[in-house]
Design a binder for this molecule. Structure first.
Ligand code: ARG
Length: 406
């Protein structure tokens, strides 16, 4: 990775961060998977193989693949980072000071790769050494979690997202994902790849309670030419968008933010589950959700550090204006109404563009893939029967760190 810059959604992709999940998926059971935002339990082996195919497909396109567990392991080699992560993830107020301090002491002696695995995979009461004794231990079952697993680290797109020359380290909406942000904060602060400080941290890196001002990267499309399209979804609030837009304008990284209102339900929890950018003038959309009459605003700097808001008659018009193109082309989810609904649910629209007109998507979405093909969009297919049960596709399983503009 040469520089920290994501200039668009579709320009040549150069470097991405992925997470190959393992321990966290072993902890997913029918009784906890809903709370952990998965619709089912997965075959862990097979999910890993599918993920390897995804990573190798990217490498085959000349994209550098960095794995979250590697980055976290290397971050733990920095003693300040390790101390901060242990304090943050194993807090006194969560476990009580005596027990928390014993657990931190035990974890601190682990090899860093093993500790990194735990920071995403979680820790149960049954896994700690018997010399650690406490009332907290006595009152828990061996299968209870001291640190809950973070299986949604798989969706690296959401926890942090790069926009032009900076990153937003996102305050997550759902309790099951909030601790992911700490792992990313540590990486961006201490990992040698990022210590040059040659990038902006727009939002989310302060020790405060962000309350309702949440934001997730699946809602953020860096459509290029100084514009950013953001979904107001189940996860990303107008409050979160206001903070991000203010910061983007202050750092002169964007000249406009288009905000689009989405229905608040799980099948379209993020904008990228219903809309992605796949070529300069072409978007993939699920038309039931991305309706031409959806409420939409353009935000621009008001010249005094604030934001000017303009209600748009129409999303497509707003995009055409922002990109300076005549007409946006839409490729809609394939098949009849039943097939389209099923394929949207399995992330047919959630494809990852590698360069203009070339995308990675699940092979199972045959109807939509056929439409991409007919429209001249090349699909690099990957299997996703297991990975897809977490409700995410290639776009949200990747966090671009370096990508060309358009
Ligand atoms: N950008 C996305 N589409 N992310 C999908 C995230 C899925 C994940 N299980 C969640 O509920 O958070």
């Amino acid at each position: 990775m040469d520089k920290h810059y994501v200039g668009s959604e579709i320009g040549q992709l150069r470097s991405v961060m992925l997470h190959r999940p393992n321990l966290s998926l072993k902890r997913l059971t029918p009784s906890n998977c809903q709370e952990l935002l998965f619709d089912d339990v997965l075959s862990v082996e097979r999910a890993g193989e599918e993920h390897d195919i995804f990573a190798n497909t990217l490498r085959g396109q000349g994209v550098e693949v960095l794995l979250l567990t590697d980055l976290l392991t290397q971050t733990l080699d920095v003693s300040d980072a390790k101390a901060w992560l242990l304090d943050t993830q194993i807090s006194d107020y969560r476990l009580g000071p005596a027990f928390a301090s014993d657990i931190r002491g035990w974890l601190a002696d682990m090899p860093h790769r093993e500790l990194a695995r735990r920071l995403s995979g979680g820790l149960t009461y049954g896994e700690i050494p018997t010399y650690i004794q406490n009332m907290v231990v006595d009152t828990h079952e061996v299968t209870d979690f001291i640190m809950k697993p973070l299986p949604n680290h798989l969706f690296t797109r959401d926890t942090s997202c790069w926009i032009y020359n900076g990153v937003s380290i996102n305050p997550m909406a759902k309790a099951a994902r909030q601790r992911e942000t700490n792992n990313l904060r540590a990486i961006y602060r201490w990992h040698p790849l990022f210590t040059d400080g040659n990038f902006i941290k727009y939002y989310g890196d302060d020790n405060i309670n962000y309350d309702h001002a949440t934001l997730e990267g699946g809602d953020v499309l860096v459509i290029g030419r100084g514009a950013v399209l953001i979904g107001l979804s189940e996860r990303t609030t107008p409050q979160g968008v206001e903070f991000l837009a203010e910061s983007l304008f202050k750092h002169q990284q964007a000249t406009r933010v288009i905000a689009l209102e989405l229905p608040k339900h799980r099948s379209c929890m993020h904008l990228d589950t219903v809309m992605t950018h796949i070529d300069i003038d072409t978007f993939s959309v699920y038309p039931e959700v991305v309706r031409k009459d959806a409420q939409c605003w353009t935000l621009t700097p008001d010249g005094h550090g604030g934001i000017k808001r303009h209600q748009e008659p129409n999303l497509l018009h707003a995009i055409e204006q922002a990109l300076g193109i005549d007409q946006v082309k839409l490729i809609t989810t394939g098949g009849d109404a039943f097939e389209a609904e099923r394929e949207q649910w399995n992330d047919a629209n959630n494809v990852l563009t590698v360069r203009p007109g070339v995308v990675i998507g699940y092979e199972r979405n045959i109807w939509t893939n056929e439409k991409y093909d007919k429209a001249g969009i090349k699909v690099l297919p990957i299997p996703g029967d297991e990975l897809g049960r977490g409700r995410g596709g290639a776009r949200c399983m990747s966090c671009p760190l370096e990508r060309d503009g358009i």
